[in-house]
Design a protein around this ligand. Structure first.
Ligand code: ZN
Length: 344
């Protein structure tokens, strides 16, 4: 029995020398020292020994157990140390590394343009008015002299929600809302910025959603020359004091007479280039004297007051100001594009 114990010891110690990890070590411990392990198995035969042999074999058994346990404890400590070292290595914090900078946001270029336009007009005594984007047919069309079946309605393909409710196709309904809120009082001097919606296919110059700014002035003796002077002042503050404008006759149902406004091409200074199709002029907005019927819808007597209105696309103003060739850049949320405007 003593020989078997000695053999077990040397076999166990041999195997322990080459054990690879903590799990294998535990397997060996169970195999040799567990309740059903090899050592227990051998010592179970002690009952057949004589009274003199029993304490001797018992002592050898204890020595073998102690020897194996000592090596297991040593190996265990080694594995734990290695694990701690590995973890420390993995979790090391290098306090000398530079910190991660969080990106700082900035005002969107379109909002910047809106703010700039608002500032210019506020400087001329205007106030800012806003209205709902979901609008009634009455405010969006009818009160603007566009009765049902009017052919000009086709110019603005609309998103209808019901027969009478739609996403506004222009900011002009805010004119009517403002007039009604003023209850016949003058002067009215507002600009109305906001989003508008049309069933357009998106391309470099069109989008199903875009931004407009509308202006409206009503009072006694408001004339076309007041409109022209106001727009010239605006264009010079926006693009520079050398700018000129010209008015070309046009048609809008809600103004009479109506005009398209061109501004000196900023690219060539008026001498002609590809951007202005060699005319020296770039179209930037539409305007006119408020149609008498629109004044009536707004609660004013066209015999007593007159007014002018103008409307511009914010995207178009921004394209010209920043020299951008595609309005889709404004909606793509590409921070590389947007960050260019952070410091302008
Ligand atoms: Zn040009």
């Amino acid at each position: 029995m003593k020989e078997r114990l000695e053999a077990l010891r040397s076999e166990a110690l041999d195997k322990l020398q080459t054990v690879a990890d903590a799990a294998a070590l535990n397997d060996l411990r169970v195999h040799y020292l567990g309740k059903k392990g090899q050592l227990t198995e051998i010592l179970r035969g002690m009952g057949s020994l004589s009274a003199e042999e029993r304490p001797i074999i018992g002592q050898v058994g204890n020595e073998v157990r102690a020897a194996i346990e000592a090596v297991i404890a040593e190996k265990q400590a080694g594995f734990e140390q290695a694990e701690t070292a590995r973890r420390l290595q993995a979790e090391t914090i290098d306090v000398t590394l530079p910190g991660k900078k969080s990106a700082v946001g900035a005002v969107h270029p379109l909002n910047k343009i809106v703010e700039e336009i608002e500032d210019i007009f506020i400087g001329m005594g205007y106030t800012v008015a806003e209205g709902p984007e979901v609008e009634t047919d009455f405010f969006n069309f009818e009160a603007l002299n566009l009765p049902k079946n009017h052919p000009a309605r086709d110019m603005q393909d609309s998103f209808y929600i019901t027969d009478e409710i739609l996403l506004r196709t222009q900011t002009s309904p805010v004119q009517i809302r403002t007039m009604k809120a003023m209850n016949g009082q003058t002067p009215v001097k507002v600009i109305c910025p906001g989003k508008v919606y049309r069933r357009d296919d998106d391309d470099a110059t069109h989008s199903f959603m875009f931004h407009q700014i509308e202006g409206l002035v009503i009072g006694p003796n408001i004339r076309m020359s007041d409109l022209k002077g106001t727009l010239l002042q605006f264009v010079r503050e926006m693009y520079g004091s050398q700018m000129q404008i010209r008015l070309r006759p046009s048609f809008f149902p809600f103004t009479e007479p109506s005009a398209e406004v061109d501004v000196t091409c900023a690219q060539c200074g008026g001498s002609g280039c590809r951007m202005c199709k060699h005319t020296g002029w770039i179209e930037i907005l539409g305007c006119g004297m408020v149609h008498p019927k629109v004044l009536e819808y707004g609660g004013y007597d066209p015999k007593e007051v007159t007014g002018f209105a103008f409307g511009m696309g914010v995207e178009r103003i921004a394209l010209l100001k920043y020299g951008i060739d595609d309005i889709r850049h404004f909606y793509a949320n590409d921070t590389k594009f947007l960050s260019q405007f952070a410091k302008i």
